[in-house]
Write a protein of this length. Sequence first.
Length: 375
Amino acid sequence: MRRASTAGESAIRGVDLPVVLALAERLDEVALQAMAYTLGRTKLFDLPEQPHPVDEIYAAVRVAPRHRRILRRWLWALTQAGMLTAGPAGYNGLHLVSAAELERATIDLEDVVDRLEYGPAMSHFLLSSVAYLPELLRDEISLQTLLFSEDDLSVAEAVYRKNIGSRYINRVAATLLRGIAGSRRAPLRVLEVGAGVGGTTQDVLAALTDVPTDYLFTDVSRFFFTAARQRFSHPGLRYGLFDINHDFAGQGYQPGCADVVLAANVLHNAVHAGRVLNGLRQIVGPDGWVVFIDTSRDHLQLMTSMEFLMSPPANDPHADFTDFRRGTDRIFPHRSEWIETMQSAGLAPVAALPGPSEPIARFAQFVYIGRATAH
Ligand SMILES: C[S@@+](CC[C@H](N)C(=O)[O-])C[C@H]1O[C@@H](n2cnc3c(N)ncnc32)[C@H](O)[C@@H]1O
């Protein structure tokens, strides 16, 4: 574990973390301003004393039923930030943000994003998400069109690979997998789930070049396979479909079929986190490893962008998680909840990196390492 965290630190050597972390908070501030501006445009909150029940706010925004959770999360975030008041009769007292104020808030966004090392595609994406929030809420445009324009995956790569937080986390995961491979002769069987744009795959494959591997790159959709095939040429790399929310064996993933499961930024999509971890534990068999990366706090900036990808489908708009998040509107389990869930699923929580008191932990992205125990 020590080697993994040292490798993570070396991936961000020279970065002025306190400065960078303060910049990351600027993204959350912009998100709050954008939420307030979008709600203010409905004119519903023009009378500061007048409370509005949630249903009235849904109607004013004309939010699509499947995105109602996002709107409720905004109401929660604005209330937490003191920009809205919640009372028994509804919400009132929205801190109204004008178009000019929002523009001022976003003026240095490009610079902020640049200094967080996301690259130019990211600021364009964030600005267009903010500009299209009413249409996104109404489901008139999809976030996918803003994120993956013309098969260009550069924004997704910025989010999952290039920036400072991802560099740390991906290097930790890669070093761990190299450590697990050790000096074995038989191929290390890795099942990556939700591999997507392969932000983590890239570092992991680079760390495994001197080890025989059978690497199954999977996702719920084939969409990403073409780009991955062009990018990766590792011997033993295969592709397959895998949905963490459907019966594993029914999809051809039998108990013991992998030595390591790797899951980066996908397990928060588990309808029931405990059941999915339990299934993954069976896939790796006794002594196998489940290594996963997840965001473990609410990032306001995600609430005005990536969370649109996490809403239920239009044909089941009120679907909810069935685990401890049910009825809470939360998406991302906290660090302690993941650790408890691993334990209940028969995974000894070997580590969760970075440690909670390390400065980089303020990004709230962690690598969780679980070892299958007999269950
Ligand atoms: C946030 S992206 C992370 C991509 C990649 N792991 C990375 O870090 O670069 C989440 C990925 O999980 C996939 N995904 C979403 N729901 C899933 C499910 N139920 N089963 C498997 N994969 C899923 C998405 O298609 C997407 O590629």
